[in-house]
Design a protein around this ligand. Structure first.
Ligand SMILES: N[C@@H](CCC(=O)N[C@@H](CS)C(=O)NCC(=O)O)C(=O)O
Length: 212
């Protein structure tokens, strides 16, 4: 029998988080290799020279190195909560593109030679307000339970909220804040935030998801 695929992951990476959540909900078994971004394993770079996580390497040598594609790979095998029925590619593209850029500029202004964070933060807030509007009257974008879009974007909203949590708490995002809190408190999210030691070449991987 083929061995479970290898998943190169980094605990705090939002892309890796959404991939881990899709894998966890699908129940598809993988072998997790926890990566440090400043010390990437050679085997990961050999499989995917672009050097970003997550990377999934199948036993037959097939490589999937985009988080959305990892989500799709897992959910194509098993989608017990019907996540794929609630997928808004436009909102996800706005997250992965302009919102992620605003997040990076807000978080690391000096890295981008920016004098202040006002502009990127305001830009990010505009996106959050759009999500807030869409959440009007329902706990998740997908309705009463989370769906694909909720999972694909909330790890990035989490990061944005953590840059300056005091400022974030002061914003009038009355639907988005409880939405974020619900997702952060969910068993699913908790289960994918387990801490693994850095994996090193030759070492045994961790079973992911963990055996119940
Ligand atoms: N488009 C990629 C982006 C993944 C990505 O940029 N991951 C970051 C970590 S959150 C990374 O690995 N960056 C490489 C580095 O920092 O060296 C995906 O969706 O998987």
């Amino acid at each position: 029998m083929a061995k479970p695929p290898i998943l190169y992951s980094f605990r705090r990476c939002p892309y890796a988080m959404r991939a881990r959540m899709a894998i966890a909900v699908s129940g598809v078994q993988t072998r997790l290799r926890e990566v440090l971004l400043r010390d990437k394993p050679q085997s990961m770079l050999d499989a995917s020279p672009k050097g970003t996580v997550p990377v999934l390497v199948r036993d037959d040598g097939g490589v999937i190195d985009e988080s959305i594609d990892v989500m799709d790979w897992a959910l194509a095998q098993n989608d017990p909560q019907g996540w794929r029925e609630h997928r808004d590619d436009v909102l996800i593209a706005a997250n992965d593109g302009p919102f992620k850029q605003a997040l990076d500029h807000y978080k690391y202004p000096t890295r981008y030679d920016l004098d202040d964070i006002q502009e990127p933060r305001a830009k990010g807030l505009e996106y959050l307000m759009e999500i807030d509007r869409r959440l009007d009257g329902k706990p998740y974008l997908a309705g009463s339970a989370p769906g694909y879009t909720d999972i694909a974007i909330f790890p990035f909203v989490r990061q944005f909220s953590m840059v300056d949590s005091k400022w974030f708490a002061e914003q009038a995002l009355t639907n988005l804040k409880p939405w974020l809190a619900r997702l952060l408190e969910s068993e699913l999210f908790q289960s994918i935030m387990h801490k693994y030691p850095q994996w090193r070449e030759g070492e045994q991987e961790a079973d992911f998801p963990e055996a119940a």
